[in-house]
Design a protein around this ligand. Sequence first.
Ligand SMILES: *[C@@H]1O[C@H](CO)[C@@H](O)[C@H](O)[C@H]1NC(C)=O
Ligand SMILES: *[C@@H]1O[C@H](CO)[C@@H](O)[C@H](O)[C@H]1NC(C)=O
Length: 980
Amino acid sequence: MRSLVVAAWLLLLLPTRFVVAVKEQDFKKCDESAFCRRGRTLAHRAAEHVTSGEKWKSPYSLDASTIVLEDGGSRFTGRVRSSLYPEIKFELDVRVHEDGVVRVRMDEKEGLRKRYDEAASWALLKEPVLSPSSKWSVGKKEVKVVYGEKKDQVEVTVEFEPLVVRMKRNGKDQVVLNGQGLLHMEHFREKVEENVKKLEATDVEMVAAEGEEAQKVIQLPPNAWFEGDTEDGLWQESWRSWTDTKPKGPESLSLDINFPNHGHVYGIPQHATRLDLPTTKGEGAFFDDPYRLYNTDVFEYLASSTTSLYGSIPLIHAHSADSTVAVFVSVASETWIDVAHPTQKSTETHWVSESGILDVFLLPGPAPDQVFSQYAKLTGAVQLPPHWSLGYHQCRWNYVSTNDVRSVQKRFDEEDIPVDVFWLDIEYSEDHKYMIWDKKNFPDPVDMFNDVEALARKMVVIVDPHIKRTHDYPVYKEGQELDLFIRNKHGSEFEGWCWSGSSAWIDFFNPNSWEWYKSLYKFNGRNDGKWSWTESTGAVHIWNDMNEPSIFNGPEITMEKDSIHYGGWEHRDVHNINGMLFVNITSQAVKERTTPYKRPFVLTRSFYAGAQRFGAMWTGDNLGTWEHMAVGIPMVLSNNIAGMSFAGADVGGFFGNPEPEMLTRWYFVGAFSPFFRAHAHIDTKRREPYLLAEPYKSIVRETLRLRYSLLPVWYTAFRESTVTGLPVVRPQYVVLPKNEPGFSIDDQYYVGASGLLVKPITEAGVTETTIYIGEDQVYYDFYSGHAYRGSAKGKNVTVPAPLERGPLLIRGGSILPSRERPRRSSALMKRDPFTLKVALSQSGSASGELYLDDGESYGHREGNFVWREFVAESTKKTVIISTKDLGSKNPDRAVDGVELATYNGGNAFANALNGVRVERIVVLGLKNRPSKVTLGNTDLEFIFEGGVAAVGKKEGVASKLTVKNPGAFITSDWTVVLGL
Ligand SMILES: *[C@@H]1O[C@H](CO)[C@@H](O)[C@H](O)[C@H]1NC(C)=O
Ligand SMILES: *[C@@H]1O[C@H](CO)[C@@H](O)[C@H](O)[C@H]1NC(C)=O
């Protein structure tokens, strides 16, 4: 067999890996994963019973006599029994948190073995605080708790028999667990040889198939309702050339989570599909296979599929016009999720996981904003990134030498194209021993970093988790001496193949690895004198790739599930968390090597719930096709609503050579993504923007300048996200949660709370497009000021979309701060003056915010920041535009765990910005030419171009007032009065 295995990975290593599209058969379908088969079979049988008129009843019940109230009554525990296995003990533990989130845990007690119960301890920011006032009461048929305001009450019941958990709001079901009776926790058992029937592949298909024939052959003994008549893959499972030994036997978990009053579900990234998750079950299901969460390196993935990708966040939002709720399932093992809409207004989901306890959080909403804050309170908000990391990142596999980097930088400057960061992919390293320079091509890395930093830019260098197994690599040698590597099923060092050839992987679940790994990044040397990355500087930040982990000769290009981690847990138990731990430690390493600490930037490919606390993510190895450009948008939105706000897709596509039109459009997509990086495969032609022919080059330059001019908007949006958990880019249902026709729209979105609404073009040859406006409001074309009108029912408006102007509207009622002087990097804009664009609403008002700080230190936590509000208000005879400080306001929506600071007036950062002007105020939609414009006693000069007013119903180019140099400063309070 050995030779076969070797042949398989060789094939993967060869260039064919990069020319073939993803082979579907390289990754499992549900029916190739035994526990998924078992889970789906269970659901299938339940459905059969229901159709045949028989009752399908869950065998699980809560034993009322065992219920114990704890923690002042906000929590109870009790024994759960299954009538199929009365001797097995399960414990239920249900808690109400102070913010109304309900946590439901169930575990097998006194079982033969222990289920993995630590997923939440990695995902959660800290142990949630239980409600001081909500108390469970035990009734005849259920345990119940009621909380919330009189008019808006949440009631949670845990019904005894069968066991059903139901969250209601104002009497209406929001979330129901086990309502369909698909709960099943496979208990640990002894392996009894005679029971282990070897299944032939064809039998398996019969069992799993949903077709009529399969139904005929299944003869069900009594408890086969749940577990089938044959032991399907309980103790061992082979797939291709790999065998999973499953020493612990079966322990899968099945649970139906239903939303009887919600017709739309979003989340459970990462999948290449629509934001509003298409169905996988039921009549006319869009996909055949359930959504899969199992972090894998799926190269050249399909643009529409339920296949798992590099990261997994088991969070689902359910939405309707009158409520939004969410469920976070804290599980780290391979998980499959079926989605069905039995009616247009309801959703059923069925979750099947391979191992781990049941640990489910019900987030009551009732609107998207509250769901975001409830989720951020659990898993943390995105960290405030360094300001430069919101600029443009130039990457490719590979910039091949230190001089290559210098000449790329030079070309950007010669062409006056802004850029903040240059990246180095794997080829900088000697034999892919990360942190060790290939001195042939990178003889002077520190000089290179300094040359880049001298022009106010940064570099990001890749460090992957596979450690080349050679003793001349200090990381390997020390890791082995310290016994920090993951083990194989036999208990010795796990060995696998990756870029570095034969490699080992550090077990970041082992706390002993943490301080040691961080110390490797010390560029001033380690205290113990051992090796560290001294050929590095404080301007270097890190990219963690391949951390699913990607293992070329492993099953599904990842690690064997029976490999062993710290604490004796199998890789199967922790797989989806594995990549996040690496980013966690890397981001700490980058932060802690500078004194005082600076905010780290780390990009990760693999992630799990909570990874937003550590860095940015990107959508992996996409293709340079229109289709991939298009699906990148809902993928970024989906990650955003699941907490991973700092998200982007490779501009240009990783594989292939996009034609200039496609690349130009893609730059616009990137310019409106939270994370904006161009990247390309080693086999592609160079495609840095300066290489484009005209007119493309100039258009891309302008697109980059647009991104840079709007950095104040992006930074303000990020800052809000760190405090409230709201996403940086927001789909329609988040901004207008009551506007039904917008719920499935995912090709346009808003940037933070700024009012910018963008709809990137992702097709060739487009000159105009429609944008959906889901409210009765005026929206202005960002470039021309053309006023469009939406309607409360929703309306499509047609907007121009030439190559040089990606569709971009400003929502009436917004004030946008921007910096319009073209610069070569964001650091050079620090003292640039501001333009304020006031887009009046239909009622003649507007508001906006601006957040600024030094962009790289933690000084903002000591109150060194500028946070201002701008307001425009109309009366009959005036429009008054004013600004005030928000820095001393304690934001009431702030989630826990973020270090919030307030200040009283002045602070060092604000003082340093004294004298930074507002150089222009533009007002769109005034009803007539002002008679005068004043600031205090000073009459200001202005230009007025007549046009459509915000008030009223007219469409067309809006009137535009421009006040140049009003004599106002960005850090001071002022009032500008327009006399009408
Ligand atoms: C991150 O690392 C710290 C140790 O520095 C550890 O306490 C924490 O649990 C880690 N969290 C995750 C999600 O890895
Ligand atoms: C807007 O256009 C889309 C796509 O053409 C269409 O499906 C939708 O019904 C339209 N919405 C309205 C409100 O006209």
